[in-house]
Ligand binder design. Structure first.
Ligand SMILES: NC(=O)C1=CN([C@@H]2O[C@H](COP(=O)(O)OP(=O)(O)OC[C@H]3O[C@@H](n4cnc5c(N)ncnc54)[C@H](OP(=O)(O)O)[C@@H]3O)[C@@H](O)[C@H]2O)C=CC1
Ligand SMILES: O=C(O)C1=N[C@H](C(=O)O)C[C@H](O)C1
Length: 244
């Protein structure tokens, strides 16, 4: 477990400990050498660290033949491409990069993509605890990418927007032609709304993680399954039969 003392890592340590058939062999923080994974004989590495460290962690693990379950944010298209190239050199290894381990969030992403082409306007609001170091959230970036792809594939134009002046960035970040707004508020854990607007109507797809326990079923599923999925899987839905 990398990032084992963090908010997610400490929860994941407990989840692995209480899961029959899994054995936790190493709990590493930022000061620890990754060689400890090799010494401990780790078969699967879970990365719950920071965007600046995750790529090097995963590369080390893959190069040493260890499967990886990655929840850390920051995996943009370039990083994913580099990882795929590395995995091609290590054909027996599997890596799951999951922007969100909660089944509800995975479904909300999928539903957002499904709905995207039916509405003239779509914007995403993600709301998180104020200790989060990255914005927009990985989940929001992934949702925007899926929504943007679905709209382009259907020939739907970007959302209309008459804004001419926005010196402070009030209209949010533009991710794949979709506006994403990030709220940081004490008391929150992880929440997201996809707002879809048409003439005279609005559809809101909202997901709330009230507790980090909501991510643990996905983490454990990932650890159990990653060894049977060679190469890169992007999104927990790759291990789920969503039937959609
Ligand atoms: N996919 C999902 O479902 C979820 C993903 N996340 C993501 O997981 C990541 C971790 O979130 P969270 O637990 O809240 O963050 P925390 O800040 O609580 O934990 C991060 C951990 O990373 C470790 N760390 C920091 N810098 C380094 C480094 N350079 N090398 C190795 N380890 C380092 C820290 O170790 P130390 O203790 O030694 O300081 C710390 O324990 C974030 O990217 C977050 O967005 C979060 C929730 C759900
Ligand atoms: O930092 C968090 O807390 C979370 N990070 C992930 C993200 O950026 O999407 C997943 C979830 O939203 C919680």
């Amino acid at each position: 477990m990398l990032g084992a003392r963090g908010r997610m890592g400490s929860e994941a340590v407990q989840a692995v400990r209480r899961t029959e058939g899994l054995q936790l062999v190493a709990e590493l923080g930022r000061e620890d050498s990754l060689q400890a994974l090799v010494a401990a004989g780790a078969e699967v590495v879970v990365d719950l660290t920071v965007p600046s460290a995750t790529e090097a962690n995963v590369r080390f693990a893959v190069q040493h033949g260890m499967h990886c379950v990655v929840g850390t944010t920051g995996w943009d298209a370039e990083r994913l491409d580099r990882l795929e190239a590395l995995l091609a050199e290590h054909p027996g290894v599997g890596v799951l990069v999951a922007p969100n381990f909660s089944v509800g969030a995975v479904l909300a992403m999928r539903f957002s993509a499904q709905a995207a082409r039916f509405f003239e306007s779509v914007e995403i609001v993600e709301l998180h605890h104020p200790d989060k170091v990255d914005a927009p959230s990985g989940t929001a970036a992934r949702t925007a990418a899926l929504v943007g792809q679905a709209r382009r594939a259907a020939g739907v134009a970007p959302s209309p927007d008459a804004t001419e002046q926005d010196p402070g960035g009030a209209r949010g970040a533009l991710v794949e032609d979709v506006r994403v707004h990030s709220v940081r508020l004490r008391g929150l854990v992880a929440h997201q709304e996809t707002l879809l607007g048409g003439v005279g109507e609005q559809l809101t797809i909202r997901h709330d993680s009230f507790d980090r326990i909501s991510f643990m079923t996905g983490v454990v599923l990932g650890v159990r399954e990653v060894g049977s999925h060679q190469g890169l899987t992007h999104g927990l839905e790759g291990y789920l039969d969503l039937g959609l």
